[in-house]
Design a protein around this ligand. Structure first.
Ligand code: NFS
Length: 655
């Protein structure tokens, strides 16, 4: 059956084999549904308005953009802009509500109500407290944690002022935000105002609407995402490099296989601990299994991979396929990016799909309510349910031997440390490598994988081409999973496939040319890395103007749009794959590509052709290098490293 017009469902051979087997068994997956359901071209391009009951109005057929209006008179630019702003609001709500739960967990830990958790990284807590101007000296850890949690809660409800973390951004970046009125006040307010302004008959100026879209997106990046990353580090530890494996061969024939899927790390962390408790391992043995094998999918997987090396079955399009191996006793899900189709597909196998969040139930799934006050008990219950299911494993399924080794765990803190050790950690070597031309620039290759293209294929193509071009790639979310399942997240990749300059840098530091930074919320780590590069000096003194680009080649989630927009507002040009959700309006497209570039130094493009995505990215990087008066990039030809006083100079000094 032809898929995506390419004949290929997934670019991942192991995934494709399972899909093909599924087709032979008449098991439907997202790939079949994507083939059957064609997107509505009117909605897909942003020309459909459905914010009231006089419509939906389809703004098509007019000779000129200005002439297309809805029943109320809403113009095409205002309809397209409203649609985008609503996507940003939804994406921001998802990340930030996840972050709110992290804040509430931190508060519960600090107040002694969530006894199964503890503050694992006191140094990170103190660092965060410092940013929030909270005194740490001689204070009990839990007191500091409580004050930190309350300060973050304030970011959700303060009526005046600005988010705490905006202060982390470079001065010039903040000045741009002030000048254009996009500094977010509080997270919930920006989301609510976005919905208000986009309801019928309120804000009808595309630029004005989109400006608020950016303010909401910034509340996501420098609010929800960054808060979530930092609290996860405080509670569960700041990641350092760790070995793991990816793909479907991670499931073991003789063990109880559990998949943690979704986005929140809290329950998953408890399941990590429960799965190795001797009592539960014995329980698994009593059911005929050799042990318990904990694995993950999507971003919950990224969270526990980064901190414990838990193997991952991959990203979004691999979730149904994991069940189709026939080896999964339980898939426990929390929130976001969980296909409701899981329960239907699980009926063909023995897998128990278990929802755990009070916010998310799925018809056909079992529900075990997560409660942070008895988190370990809930985790144990889930592990036992999986063990109980082991004897039900049947012959049906398509197991796969495929596994790829990977290195994950690159936090901001570790990247700083690896460039100079505990006492001299800095971003100097990275900046110098960019200045000398060894590294051409940096790309954040992030976001979902998508059945509308050969899934994971665009990520892999771009990752490979970028490193060949001496571009250091940092990756998160399902982009990192796409690279991980391909075997791209290893140091050997630097020698085998990276350009000469990047390869040299990676060899000296001992890192892969593609760095796995974590889950999608950890895109905030890219913001703080860019900020550190600006502070280090020698490149741009703000995020705008850095030789860096964001690419989300296979995005599908509204969260990806929020992320892309906060990068643009922070000063990073962003390229999304696929069709443009604002493509029907030239005016909106122009604002997002040209006006935003002038105001913020970042932009948002939509470009379906992967070769063009690469071209646009390299062009942005080269223009940034030119703007910074750096040496023109030429493969294999670098400037000598900057040496303050080299040996010859020292001899001249007569030393
Ligand atoms: Ni990000 Fe993570 Fe994946 Fe896309 Fe979904 S899992 S938060 S939204 S699909 S990258």
């Amino acid at each position: 059956m032809s898929k995506n017009g390419t004949g290929l469902n997934s670019a991942d051979a192991a995934a494709e084999a399972i899909i093909q087997w599924g087709e032979s068994q008449s098991i439907e997956t997202c790939f079949d549904r994507a083939d059957r359901i064609k997107p509505c071209p009117i909605g897909a391009s942003g020309a459909c308005c459905r914010v009231c009951n006089m419509g939906p109005c389809r703004l098509v057929g007019a000779r000129a953009e200005e002439e297309a209006v809805g029943v109320c008179g809403a113009t095409l630019p205002s309809v397209a802009a409203r649609g985008l702003v609503r996507m940003i609001a939804a994406g921001t709500a998802a990340h930030s509500d996840h972050a709110r739960d992290m804040v509430l967990t931190l508060l519960a830990v600090a107040e002694g109500e969530a006894k199964d958790f503890a503050i694992k990284d006191v140094a990170k807590l103190h660092k965060v407290a410092g940013i929030l101007d909270i005194e740490v000296a001689d204070r009990p850890v839990n007191d500091v944690a409580r004050e930190v949690a309350l300060a973050f809660l304030d970011d959700y409800g303060r009526q005046k002022g600005a988010l705490h973390y905006l202060a982390r951004a470079p001065q010039k970046t903040r000045e741009r935000w002030e000048r254009w009125g996009v500094a977010p006040r509080n997270i919930d307010r920006e989301i609510a105002e976005a919905l208000h302004r986009t309801s019928v008959g309120v804000d009808h100026d595309a630029d004005h609407l989109l400006t608020h879209g950016l303010r909401t997106a910034l509340a996501d990046g420098w609010g929800g995402c960054m808060i979530s990353t930092d609290i996860s580090d405080i509670l569960f530890g700041t990641p350092t490099p760790v070995r793991a494996e990816a793909s479907f061969g991670i499931f073991r024939q003789d063990e109880v296989n559990i998949v943690v899927h979704g986005h929140e790390p809290t329950l998953a962390e408890m399941i990590v601990e429960a799965a190795s408790e001797p009592g539960l391992v014995d329980y698994a043995r009593s059911k005929g299994a050799a042990g318990i094998n904990l694995t993950g999918a999507c971003c919950t997987a990224n969270e526990v991979l980064m901190r414990h090396g838990i193997p991952t079955a991959g990203g979004f399009t691999n979730q149904e396929l994991a069940i189709m191996t026939g080896l999964v006793e339980a898939m426990t899900v929390d929130v976001q990016c969980i296909m409701p189709a899981l329960t239907e597909i699980s009926k063909r196998f023995h897998t128990r799909v278990i929802t755990t969040s009070e916010k998310a139930k799925i018809t056909g799934a079992e529900h075990v309510q997560y409660d942070e006050r008895k988190a370990k008990d809930v985790a144990r219950q889930i592990v036992r349910m999986a063990c109980d299911n082991f004897p039900n494993r049947g012959a049906a399924g398509s197991p796969s031997p495929a596994t790829s080794p990977l290195i994950g765990g690159f936090s901001h803190e570790y990247i700083e440390y690896m460039q100079g050790g505990r006492f001299r950690g800095s971003f100097r070597p990275l900046n110098d490598a960019i200045i000398s031309g060894r590294i051409r620039g940096v790309v954040g290759l992030v976001g979902c994988d998508n059945p509308r293209v050969p899934a994971m294929g665009l990520h892999r193509y771009l990752a490979m081409e970028l490193i060949k071009n001496d571009v250091l790639v940092v990756s998160t979310g399902c982009g990192a999973a796409a690279c991980g399942t391909a075997g791209y997240l290893t140091p050997e990749m630097a020698l085998e496939s990276a350009g000469p300059g990047l390869s040299e840098v990676c060899e000296v530091i001992g890192i892969p040319p593609i760095l796995h930074l974590g889950a999608c919320v950890d895109n905030s780590r890219i913001l703080t890395i860019l900020t550190a590069m600006a502070a280090e000096g020698g490149l741009s003194d703000e995020i705008a103007g850095m030789p860096g680009v964001g690419i989300a080649p296979e995005w599908m989630s509204e969260k990806a749009i929020a992320i892309g927009c906060y990068f643009a507002a922070s000063g990073v040009p962003v390229i999304f794959g696929g069709g443009s959700p604002v493509g029907a309006s030239r005016e909106v497209t122009k604002i997002m590509t040209e006006t935003w570039l002038e105001r913020f130094g970042g932009a948002v493009h939509f470009e379906p052709d992967p070769e063009r995505m690469l071209e646009i990215s390299l062009d942005y990087i080269d223009r940034a290098r030119e703007g910074l008066k750096l040496k023109k990039y030429e493969p294999g030809r670098f400037e000598p490293d900057r040496v303050l006083v080299d040996m010859a100079a020292r001899r001249d000094l007569g030393a």
